[in-house]
Ligand binder design. Structure first.
Ligand code: FES
Ligand code: FE
Length: 425
C-alpha cells in the first residue's frame, strides 16, 4: 500500500479502515490522502458535534461572530429573543458569503452581491427590485442552519446532523473537564473576550489534535521556553512525573497534571505563581467556595483536555482547530478569562501572548513539528506511524477510564479508536 492512495470513486468498494488503523499503529495515508480528508468532513465534521463558540462572545441581543465548522463558514448570532442561532454564512441566491465582518451587532444581514436581506434568525426579509420575482415562497429562501445547537456551561456546539447522540452523550466524561475549568472562576463562568489569534499550519488536523495531548514531546520541543521562563512545566512531563494521560472515550482525551500539582500542594502553583501574587483572586475564590474548597481548586488548576474533534482546553488558553485542507489547519487561539477574576485574567493574557502570540515561544515550536510531520510523510517508507508507547502499562482509573503515564500514547490510541468507529459507521 502506498502513502498516496487513489481517491475513492463511487463504484469502488468501501475503504477498509481496519487495514489503516490498528491498535498501536496507523497508516500514513490517513494524514495525507485527500479522499480520506473529504470523507472525514462528511463523517466527522458535518455529522458529529463540533465546538463553534462561547455564549460570552455574543453577550447582547443582536450580537454576532463569524465562526466555522471545519471549512464551512458559520454565523453565531444572538437573536432578538436571546436565543443563539448557528446560521450558515451562504446566501441562498447565488452562494455569496453574506457576512464578512468578524463580529458586530446587527438585527439583519444584507448580502453584498444583490442586496437580499435576512433577519438574524435566518429568515429572508426581502430582496432588491421585488417586481422581478413572482410567486416566490420567501420562507423557503432563508439562510441555512446548523441542524442542532447544544450548549454546555456556555460552550456552544453544533451538529449538522438532525439525529444522533445528544451533546451530553457526546461529551460524556469530558464534561468534567469543563466543570473543572469553570470552577476556577469565582463566579463559575469563563468568558471568551480576549480576542482570537489565528495560526495556520501546513499540516493535517489530526497531527495537531494528537499533539495537544502528547506528553512525550514537551521536554524536547519546548526546552527553550521552559528555560527562558524558568518554568517547572518541563518536569510535569518528565519520566518521574505522577501526571497521567487519560482516554475519556468518544475521542476525548487529556493529560491530567493534577496529581503533580496536588503532590506539590501549592495553590496557584499550576499557574507558576502563588497566593500572595494574586490576593484579589484568592479572596474572591475563598468567598465563593469557602477556604478549603477554594484551596483544592487553586492547587489542582485548570484542565489540559482535548474535546474531539476541535476544542482544546489548554490550561490558560482555548485552541479551536479548523481543518481547511488535508494538509492545512488553522488554530484559533485565545486566552481564557474567568468571570470575576480581573487580576488573574490580566496575567493569563500576558502569558498567552508570550506562549502562543505572534512572537510566542510555545506554539511556534509545535507548528514547526506539525509541518515537519507533514513533510516527512512524503517519504514513502516506513508507511506506518507507531503509537505503542505505554501500551504495556495502561490501566483503568476509579471511573473506568484508560490512563497511562504522562508521556504515554494513551490519548492517540483513544483518538484513533473513536475515529475508526466514526469512519466505519
Ligand atoms: Fe446574495 Fe445575490 S448572492 S443576493
Ligand atoms: Fe507542544
Amino acid at each position: 500500500m502506498s502513502i498516496e492512495t487513489a481517491p475513492m470513486t463511487s463504484g469502488a468498494p468501501a475503504r477498509r479502515w481496519d487495514e489503516l488503523i490498528e491498535p498501536d499503529r496507523v497508516h500514513g495515508s490517513l494524514y495525507a490522502d485527500e479522499a480520506i480528508f473529504r470523507e472525514e468532513l462528511e463523517k466527522i465534521w458535518f455529522r458529529g458535534w463540533v465546538y463553534v463558540g462561547h455564549v460570552s462572545e455574543v453577550p447582547e441581543i443582536n450580537d454576532y461572530v463569524t465562526k466555522s465548522i471545519g471549512p464551512m463558514p458559520v454565523l453565531m448570532v444572538r437573536d432578538r429573543t436571546g436565543a443563539i442561532n448557528l446560521l450558515l454564512n451562504r446566501c441562498p441566491h447565488r452562494g455569496n458569503q453574506v457576512c464578512a465582518i468578524e463580529r458586530g451587532n446587527r438585527a439583519s444581514f444584507t448580502c453584498p452581491y444583490h442586496s437580499w436581506t435576512f433577519s438574524n434568525d435566518g429568515r429572508l426579509m426581502g430582496y432588491a427590485y421585488p417586481d422581478g420575482y413572482e410567486g416566490v415562497d420567501k420562507s423557503a429562501l432563508g439562510l441555512g442552519r446548523v441542524a442542532r445547537t447544544g450548549i454546555y456551561k456556555g460552550f456552544v456546539f453544533g451538529s449538522m446532523a438532525a439525529d444522533g447522540p445528544s451533546l451530553e452523550e457526546h461529551l460524556g466524561g469530558a464534561r468534567e473537564a469543563i466543570d473543572i475549568l469553570v470552577s476556577n472562576s469565582p463566579e463559575g463562568e469563563v468568558e471568551i473576550t480576549a480576542g482570537f489569534l489565528k495560526h495556520k499550519a501546513k499540516a493535517n488536523w489530526k497531527f495537531i489534535l494528537e499533539n495537544e495531548v502528547d506528553g512525550y514531546h514537551p521536554a524536547f520541543v519546548h526546552t527553550s521556553i521552559f528555560q527562558v521562563a524558568e518554568s517547572g512545566i518541563g518536569n510535569l512531563y518528565g519520566p518521574d512525573s505522577t501526571a497521567v494521560t487519560r482516554d475519556f472515550g468518544n475521542g476525548h482525551t487529556e493529560v491530567d497534571l493534577r496529581p503533580e500539582f496536588r503532590r506539590i500542594g501549592q495553590p496557584l502553583g499550576w499557574f507558576g505563581t502563588n497566593e500572595k501574587r494574586l490576593p484579589d483572586y484568592v479572596a474572591r475564590m475563598n468567598a465563593a467556595y469557602g477556604n478549603d474548597r477554594a484551596r483544592e481548586i487553586m492547587i489542582a488548576g485548570t484542565p489540559h483536555t482535548m474535546i474531539f474533534p476541535n476544542l482544546f482546553i489548554a490550561e490558560i488558553q482555548l485552541f479551536v482547530l479548523q481543518p481547511m485542507a488535508v494538509d492545512e489547519t488553522i488554530q484559533h487561539v485565545t486566552a481564557l478569562q474567568f468571570k470575576g477574576a480581573p487580576d488573574l485574567n490580566r496575567r493569563m493574557r500576558q502569558q498567552t501572548m508570550g506562549s502562543v502570540g505572534p512572537a510566542g515561544l510555545l506554539l511556534a515550536d509545535d507548528t514547526e513539528m506539525y509541518e515537519r510531520n507533514q513533510r516527512g510523510l512524503a517519504a514513502r517508507n516506513p508507511e506506518w506511524l507507531y503509537l505503542k508507547r505505554g501500551r504495556h502499562r495502561e490501566r483503568h482509573d476509579e471511573q473506568g477510564y484508560l490512563i497511562g503515564h504522562s508521556t504515554d500514547e494513551v490519548p492517540s490510541r483513544g483518538i484513533w479508536r473513536h475515529y475508526r468507529s466514526l469512519m466505519e459507521a
